[in-house]
Design a protein around this ligand. Structure first.
Ligand code: ATP
Length: 291
Protein backbone atom coordinates (compact mmCIF):
# COMPACT_ATOMS: atom_id res chain seq x y z
CA UNK A 1 0.00 0.00 0.00
CA UNK A 2 1.30 3.51 -0.84
CA UNK A 3 2.56 5.55 2.09
CA UNK A 4 0.04 8.32 1.45
CA UNK A 5 -2.81 5.83 1.42
CA UNK A 6 -1.60 4.28 4.69
CA UNK A 7 -1.18 7.52 6.63
CA UNK A 8 -3.74 9.72 4.90
CA UNK A 9 -6.75 7.61 5.81
CA UNK A 10 -9.55 10.00 6.72
CA UNK A 11 -10.47 10.07 10.39
CA UNK A 12 -14.22 10.61 10.82
CA UNK A 13 -14.85 13.78 12.85
CA UNK A 14 -17.40 11.84 14.87
CA UNK A 15 -14.75 9.40 16.10
CA UNK A 16 -14.31 9.86 19.87
CA UNK A 17 -10.53 9.61 19.46
CA UNK A 18 -10.36 11.68 16.24
CA UNK A 19 -7.63 14.08 17.42
CA UNK A 20 -5.57 11.28 18.92
CA UNK A 21 -5.76 9.37 15.62
CA UNK A 22 -4.76 12.46 13.64
CA UNK A 23 -1.71 12.87 15.88
CA UNK A 24 -0.80 9.22 15.23
CA UNK A 25 -1.04 9.84 11.49
CA UNK A 26 1.29 12.82 11.78
CA UNK A 27 3.86 10.69 13.58
CA UNK A 28 3.61 7.79 11.15
CA UNK A 29 4.03 10.25 8.28
CA UNK A 30 7.08 11.63 10.10
CA UNK A 31 8.42 8.08 10.33
CA UNK A 32 7.89 7.47 6.63
CA UNK A 33 9.59 10.77 5.81
CA UNK A 34 12.65 9.83 7.86
CA UNK A 35 12.18 12.26 10.76
CA UNK A 36 10.92 9.87 13.42
CA UNK A 37 12.78 6.76 14.67
CA UNK A 38 10.79 3.52 14.97
CA UNK A 39 11.39 3.75 18.73
CA UNK A 40 9.83 7.22 18.66
CA UNK A 41 6.53 5.63 17.65
CA UNK A 42 6.67 3.48 20.77
CA UNK A 43 7.63 6.43 22.96
CA UNK A 44 4.53 8.17 21.63
CA UNK A 45 2.45 5.21 22.77
CA UNK A 46 3.69 5.67 26.33
CA UNK A 47 2.73 9.33 26.14
CA UNK A 48 -0.66 8.57 24.59
CA UNK A 49 -1.59 6.32 27.50
CA UNK A 50 -0.77 9.11 29.96
CA UNK A 51 -2.68 11.63 27.84
CA UNK A 52 -5.74 9.39 28.07
CA UNK A 53 -5.49 9.45 31.85
CA UNK A 54 -5.01 13.24 31.87
CA UNK A 55 -8.29 13.58 29.98
CA UNK A 56 -6.63 14.73 26.73
CA UNK A 57 -6.95 18.34 27.79
CA UNK A 58 -4.54 21.02 28.94
CA UNK A 59 -5.17 21.21 32.67
CA UNK A 60 -4.64 24.08 35.11
CA UNK A 61 -1.24 22.71 36.12
CA UNK A 62 0.01 22.64 32.52
CA UNK A 63 -1.19 26.21 31.94
CA UNK A 64 0.65 27.42 35.03
CA UNK A 65 3.79 25.59 33.91
CA UNK A 66 3.53 27.20 30.46
CA UNK A 67 3.32 30.65 32.06
CA UNK A 68 6.40 29.98 34.18
CA UNK A 69 8.23 28.53 31.17
CA UNK A 70 7.38 31.61 29.09
CA UNK A 71 8.73 33.89 31.82
CA UNK A 72 11.91 31.79 32.15
CA UNK A 73 12.50 31.86 28.39
CA UNK A 74 11.95 35.60 28.19
CA UNK A 75 14.34 36.17 31.07
CA UNK A 76 17.05 33.95 29.56
CA UNK A 77 20.08 35.27 27.71
CA UNK A 78 20.84 32.12 25.69
CA UNK A 79 17.75 29.92 25.41
CA UNK A 80 17.89 26.85 23.16
CA UNK A 81 15.09 24.53 22.01
CA UNK A 82 16.30 20.96 21.59
CA UNK A 83 14.39 19.25 18.75
CA UNK A 84 14.03 15.51 18.19
CA UNK A 85 12.11 13.58 15.53
CA UNK A 86 8.80 13.29 17.38
CA UNK A 87 8.77 16.98 18.27
CA UNK A 88 9.54 17.95 14.65
CA UNK A 89 6.86 15.66 13.24
CA UNK A 90 4.24 16.83 15.72
CA UNK A 91 4.81 20.56 16.06
CA UNK A 92 7.72 21.98 14.01
CA UNK A 93 5.71 25.10 13.22
CA UNK A 94 5.01 25.89 16.88
CA UNK A 95 8.66 25.31 17.84
CA UNK A 96 9.78 27.74 15.15
CA UNK A 97 7.25 30.30 16.44
CA UNK A 98 8.55 29.73 19.98
CA UNK A 99 12.12 30.31 18.79
CA UNK A 100 11.09 33.49 16.99
CA UNK A 101 9.24 35.07 19.87
CA UNK A 102 11.84 34.22 22.53
CA UNK A 103 15.03 34.61 20.51
CA UNK A 104 15.86 30.95 21.24
CA UNK A 105 18.05 28.88 18.96
CA UNK A 106 16.77 25.59 17.50
CA UNK A 107 19.12 22.62 17.82
CA UNK A 108 18.61 19.10 16.51
CA UNK A 109 19.51 16.57 19.20
CA UNK A 110 18.72 12.87 18.86
CA UNK A 111 18.84 9.74 20.98
CA UNK A 112 18.76 7.51 17.86
CA UNK A 113 21.14 9.61 15.86
CA UNK A 114 21.90 9.56 12.11
CA UNK A 115 22.99 12.30 9.71
CA UNK A 116 19.97 11.54 7.51
CA UNK A 117 17.49 12.04 10.33
CA UNK A 118 19.27 15.22 11.51
CA UNK A 119 19.04 16.58 7.97
CA UNK A 120 15.37 15.68 7.57
CA UNK A 121 14.47 17.35 10.88
CA UNK A 122 16.46 20.49 10.03
CA UNK A 123 14.75 20.64 6.64
CA UNK A 124 11.32 20.39 8.29
CA UNK A 125 12.23 23.25 10.63
CA UNK A 126 13.49 25.38 7.74
CA UNK A 127 10.33 24.73 5.75
CA UNK A 128 8.40 26.04 8.75
CA UNK A 129 10.45 29.25 8.68
CA UNK A 130 13.53 28.53 10.82
CA UNK A 131 16.37 30.78 9.67
CA UNK A 132 19.06 28.81 11.42
CA UNK A 133 19.28 25.27 12.82
CA UNK A 134 22.11 24.12 15.08
CA UNK A 135 23.45 20.62 15.67
CA UNK A 136 24.32 19.86 12.06
CA UNK A 137 28.05 20.61 11.82
CA UNK A 138 30.12 17.69 13.20
CA UNK A 139 33.05 20.08 13.67
CA UNK A 140 30.97 22.36 15.88
CA UNK A 141 29.92 19.69 18.35
CA UNK A 142 31.13 19.12 21.92
CA UNK A 143 30.41 16.57 24.63
CA UNK A 144 27.86 17.25 27.34
CA UNK A 145 29.26 15.23 30.24
CA UNK A 146 27.09 13.01 32.39
CA UNK A 147 25.18 11.06 29.76
CA UNK A 148 26.39 8.28 27.48
CA UNK A 149 23.73 8.37 24.76
CA UNK A 150 24.12 10.10 21.41
CA UNK A 151 22.31 13.02 23.00
CA UNK A 152 25.61 13.92 24.72
CA UNK A 153 26.82 15.52 21.46
CA UNK A 154 25.69 19.15 21.57
CA UNK A 155 26.43 22.27 19.56
CA UNK A 156 29.11 24.60 20.99
CA UNK A 157 27.00 27.58 19.93
CA UNK A 158 23.80 26.04 21.20
CA UNK A 159 23.10 23.70 24.09
CA UNK A 160 26.71 23.68 25.33
CA UNK A 161 26.59 27.40 26.14
CA UNK A 162 22.84 27.79 26.72
CA UNK A 163 21.46 29.03 30.02
CA UNK A 164 17.99 27.57 29.45
CA UNK A 165 17.15 24.46 27.40
CA UNK A 166 13.68 23.38 26.30
CA UNK A 167 13.52 19.60 26.04
CA UNK A 168 10.47 18.09 24.41
CA UNK A 169 10.05 14.33 24.96
CA UNK A 170 13.42 13.96 26.61
CA UNK A 171 15.13 11.09 28.40
CA UNK A 172 15.93 11.48 32.06
CA UNK A 173 19.68 10.97 31.73
CA UNK A 174 20.25 14.01 29.64
CA UNK A 175 17.87 16.14 31.67
CA UNK A 176 20.02 15.34 34.71
CA UNK A 177 23.21 16.05 32.74
CA UNK A 178 21.85 19.42 31.60
CA UNK A 179 20.97 20.29 35.17
CA UNK A 180 24.45 19.29 36.39
CA UNK A 181 25.88 21.55 33.68
CA UNK A 182 24.05 24.44 35.35
CA UNK A 183 21.25 24.91 32.83
CA UNK A 184 17.64 25.63 33.58
CA UNK A 185 15.53 22.90 31.97
CA UNK A 186 11.98 23.24 30.68
CA UNK A 187 10.42 19.89 29.69
CA UNK A 188 7.32 18.88 27.80
CA UNK A 189 6.31 15.46 29.08
CA UNK A 190 2.98 13.69 29.43
CA UNK A 191 4.32 11.61 32.30
CA UNK A 192 4.50 13.48 35.63
CA UNK A 193 6.42 10.51 37.09
CA UNK A 194 9.19 10.33 34.48
CA UNK A 195 12.74 11.14 35.52
CA UNK A 196 12.65 14.07 33.11
CA UNK A 197 9.51 15.56 34.65
CA UNK A 198 10.90 15.02 38.15
CA UNK A 199 14.31 16.53 37.32
CA UNK A 200 13.43 19.54 35.16
CA UNK A 201 12.94 23.00 36.65
CA UNK A 202 9.65 23.49 34.84
CA UNK A 203 7.76 20.42 33.60
CA UNK A 204 4.81 21.01 31.31
CA UNK A 205 2.66 17.91 31.78
CA UNK A 206 0.64 17.93 28.61
CA UNK A 207 0.70 16.72 25.03
CA UNK A 208 3.20 18.86 23.16
CA UNK A 209 0.66 19.16 20.34
CA UNK A 210 -1.51 21.27 22.67
CA UNK A 211 1.02 22.75 25.10
CA UNK A 212 3.37 24.18 22.45
CA UNK A 213 0.57 26.52 21.33
CA UNK A 214 -0.14 27.54 24.93
CA UNK A 215 3.55 28.25 25.55
CA UNK A 216 3.83 30.41 22.42
CA UNK A 217 0.70 32.31 23.50
CA UNK A 218 2.12 32.88 27.00
CA UNK A 219 5.42 34.11 25.51
CA UNK A 220 3.48 36.61 23.42
CA UNK A 221 1.47 37.68 26.48
CA UNK A 222 4.74 38.46 28.26
CA UNK A 223 6.21 40.32 25.29
CA UNK A 224 6.12 43.68 27.07
CA UNK A 225 7.75 42.40 30.26
CA UNK A 226 11.28 43.12 31.29
CA UNK A 227 11.99 46.09 29.00
CA UNK A 228 15.29 46.03 27.17
CA UNK A 229 15.45 44.04 23.96
CA UNK A 230 12.54 42.41 22.13
CA UNK A 231 12.42 39.40 24.46
CA UNK A 232 13.10 41.30 27.66
CA UNK A 233 16.69 39.98 27.87
CA UNK A 234 18.10 40.18 31.37
CA UNK A 235 14.61 39.67 32.69
CA UNK A 236 12.31 42.14 34.38
CA UNK A 237 11.21 41.87 37.97
CA UNK A 238 7.86 40.45 36.91
CA UNK A 239 9.47 37.65 34.91
CA UNK A 240 11.73 36.78 37.83
CA UNK A 241 8.76 36.77 40.19
CA UNK A 242 6.73 34.43 37.96
CA UNK A 243 9.65 31.98 37.76
CA UNK A 244 10.39 32.22 41.50
CA UNK A 245 6.77 31.62 42.47
CA UNK A 246 6.50 28.49 40.35
CA UNK A 247 6.71 25.26 42.37
CA UNK A 248 7.51 22.36 40.03
CA UNK A 249 6.96 19.61 42.62
CA UNK A 250 3.60 21.11 43.59
CA UNK A 251 2.68 21.45 39.93
CA UNK A 252 3.57 17.79 39.27
CA UNK A 253 1.43 16.77 42.24
CA UNK A 254 -1.45 18.73 40.71
CA UNK A 255 -1.00 16.84 37.42
CA UNK A 256 -1.04 13.53 39.32
CA UNK A 257 -4.29 14.66 41.01
CA UNK A 258 -5.71 15.37 37.54
CA UNK A 259 -4.99 11.71 36.69
CA UNK A 260 -6.26 10.24 39.95
CA UNK A 261 -9.36 12.44 39.71
CA UNK A 262 -10.12 10.98 36.30
CA UNK A 263 -9.46 7.46 37.52
CA UNK A 264 -11.69 8.06 40.53
CA UNK A 265 -14.52 9.23 38.31
CA UNK A 266 -14.08 6.18 36.12
CA UNK A 267 -14.15 3.92 39.17
CA UNK A 268 -17.22 5.69 40.53
CA UNK A 269 -19.07 5.30 37.25
CA UNK A 270 -18.19 1.62 37.13
CA UNK A 271 -19.37 1.14 40.73
CA UNK A 272 -22.62 3.03 40.00
CA UNK A 273 -23.17 0.76 37.03
CA UNK A 274 -22.64 -2.23 39.32
CA UNK A 275 -19.92 -3.56 37.04
CA UNK A 276 -22.39 -3.31 34.14
CA UNK A 277 -20.54 -3.99 30.91
CA UNK A 278 -22.53 -1.49 28.80
CA UNK A 279 -21.72 1.43 31.08
CA UNK A 280 -18.07 0.43 31.19
CA UNK A 281 -17.96 0.37 27.37
CA UNK A 282 -19.47 3.87 27.19
CA UNK A 283 -16.84 5.19 29.58
CA UNK A 284 -13.87 3.69 27.82
CA UNK A 285 -15.12 4.79 24.40
CA UNK A 286 -15.00 8.45 25.40
CA UNK A 287 -12.16 8.47 27.86
CA UNK A 288 -12.16 9.99 31.33
CA UNK A 289 -13.31 13.57 31.65
CA UNK A 290 -10.74 16.15 32.70
CA UNK A 291 -10.96 17.90 36.06
P1 ATP B 1 12.53 9.26 31.59
O1 ATP B 1 13.87 8.75 31.09
O2 ATP B 1 12.48 10.75 31.70
O3 ATP B 1 12.01 8.57 32.84
P2 ATP B 1 11.12 7.78 29.57
O4 ATP B 1 12.17 6.72 29.61
O5 ATP B 1 9.70 7.39 29.79
O6 ATP B 1 11.43 8.98 30.52
P3 ATP B 1 11.41 8.22 26.77
O7 ATP B 1 10.88 6.87 26.46
O8 ATP B 1 12.78 8.60 26.41
O9 ATP B 1 11.21 8.62 28.26
O10 ATP B 1 10.46 9.33 26.11
C1 ATP B 1 9.13 9.24 26.10
C2 ATP B 1 8.58 10.33 26.99
O11 ATP B 1 7.95 11.30 26.18
C3 ATP B 1 7.54 9.73 27.91
O12 ATP B 1 7.68 10.22 29.22
C4 ATP B 1 6.23 10.21 27.31
O13 ATP B 1 5.27 10.45 28.31
C5 ATP B 1 6.62 11.50 26.62
N1 ATP B 1 5.80 11.80 25.44
C6 ATP B 1 5.54 11.00 24.37
N2 ATP B 1 4.77 11.61 23.47
C7 ATP B 1 4.52 12.86 23.97
C8 ATP B 1 3.80 13.99 23.49
N3 ATP B 1 3.15 13.96 22.34
N4 ATP B 1 3.79 15.10 24.25
C9 ATP B 1 4.46 15.15 25.45
N5 ATP B 1 5.16 14.11 25.94
C10 ATP B 1 5.20 12.98 25.23
Amino acid sequence: MAAAARTGAAVPESHPRAESLRIRHRLVRGFEEGLVAAEGLLAHGRGEALDYLLGEETGVAARQACRAAAAALRASDRPVISVNGNAAALCAEQLVSLAECTGAALEVNLFYDSPGRRGAIAERLRRCGAKSVLGLDPGGMAVLHGTDSARRMVDRNGILTADTVVVPLEDGDRTAALKRAGKAVIAFDLNPLSRTAQTADISIIDNITRAADVLVEECRNLAGEGGGDSRGGGGGANLARIVRDFDNKGNLAQAVRQITGNLGRLQGMRAAAGGNGAAATAITAHGPQPE
